[in-house]
Write a protein that binds this ligand. Structure first.
Ligand SMILES: [Fe+2]
Length: 206
């Protein structure tokens, strides 16, 4: 018997170089941005329906020059994704934003419409602060759940959860439903913050 696997869903991850220093730098800037937002009285989770009690910055992070060191790394990786997946057009960074998820915050399942590649880069990940879960996007496998044998390979799973890692970036097709589990870390103050950056890469016009 022969087998072909069609309609694959690629998930890419990459540990950015010198991420310790990069994260220290990003933490400082994102924390200042968060504080100034709070001062202005902007409620957390504003504008975003999928954000459960976390702080979600405005989505113009890609226009701010202090985040260029991260943006450069994101572009390098997204271009690799394009190459691997056979996508030709030059990429643009449609938008980008920072997330601070304190204890008990989460992100509901969602997709990122009108984009090619989406993902997250992790700056601060306390213990048990929530895994990123990805769901099988095809309606077929979600309408029938046959009893399975133990240990089926993960290509056949319906949901998969990734443990976030500081300095790691994960990218996947923007149509892939995903979310973040509840942050169950209850250390004091900012110790319980999980900090990440999310983004959408888009095709540029010919
Ligand atoms: Fe997302």
């Amino acid at each position: 018997m022969k087998r072909e696997v069609l309609f694959p869903t690629p998930i890419y991850w990459h540990d950015f170089p010198d991420s310790k220093n990069l994260n220290k730098y990003l933490f400082k800037h994102i924390k200042a941005w968060y504080k100034s937002d709070i001062k202005k009285g902007r409620p957390t989770g504003e504008f975003k329906t999928n954000s459960g009690f976390g702080w979600h910055s405005s989505t113009d992070m890609n226009d701010k020059k202090e985040y260029q060191p991260l943006i450069q790394e994101l572009f390098k990786m997204a271009e690799e994704c394009n190459k691997d997946y056979g996508i030709q057009p030059k990429l643009g960074l449609g938008n980008m934003w920072a997330n601070i998820n304190p204890s008990y915050s989460y992100n509901k399942t969602h997709t990122h419409p009108n984009s090619l590649w989406s993902g997250a880069y992790y700056i601060k990940v306390p213990k048990n602060s929530g895994k990123l879960f990805l769901e099988d996007p095809r309606p077929g496998p979600n309408t029938i759940m046959p009893r399975r044998v133990e240990g089926v390979p993960k290509e056949l799973w319906r949901v998969i959860a990734y443990e976030p890692k500081e300095g790691r970036c994960i990218m996947f097709p923007s149509w892939l439903p995903h979310g973040v589990d509840i942050n169950m870390n209850t250390e004091k103050g900012e110790k319980n913050w999980r900090i990440s950056v999310s983004f959408n890469f888009i095709q540029t016009p010919e």
